[in-house]
Design a protein around this ligand. Sequence first.
Ligand code: IMP
Ligand code: MG
Length: 176
Amino acid sequence: MVTVHDKSFEVYIEKTRLEKEIKRVASELMDSYGERQPIFVGVLNGAFMFFSDLMKEFDAPCEVAFLKASSYRGMESTGEVHFKDAELEQLKGRDIVVVEDIVDTGTTLKALFEQIATFEPASMAICTLLLKKEAYKQSIPIDYVCFETENKFLLGYGLDYDGYGRNLPEVYILKD
Ligand code: IMP
Ligand code: MG
């Protein structure tokens, strides 16, 4: 168990399960993108740990880029999405795989998708470590998912609670 700020969390997805599902998704990505020299776009800050582990399993030529989005304050999605530091000009005509830590309502993803589309990539796919299936409200297909999760607040392996907990090596869930 860990405590961050005022809340307690327990382990939800252990390291060995993370490794197994990341390998599975990386191999699916190899099948689709092994010959296409894709650009993987990591959504900061949350995706940093997943992105790093996923990329180590993608054994073919590719580029990486990052963009920064934030829509959460504390434990609630604010609904607004802010982007910074985007390297979007280089995406024109390329096969893009957006790499997210978690898809919750999908608000962030939709805004991101629309923004990336304006740069005219050849194709766009979404890869996420975690999907809160019950909370997801958009119609954009989520092409690569490591884990479908409960609709509860998660922490660790990149995910934060008000800035803290991103460095935890496993995924934790809020204790009732
Ligand atoms: P959405 O826009 O509602 O899909 O929320 C997406 C973003 O909110 C994610 O990229 C995370 O940064 C954050 N988020 C959503 N659910 C959680 C959670 O359970 N724990 C920590 N951050 C979360
Ligand atoms: Mg995020």
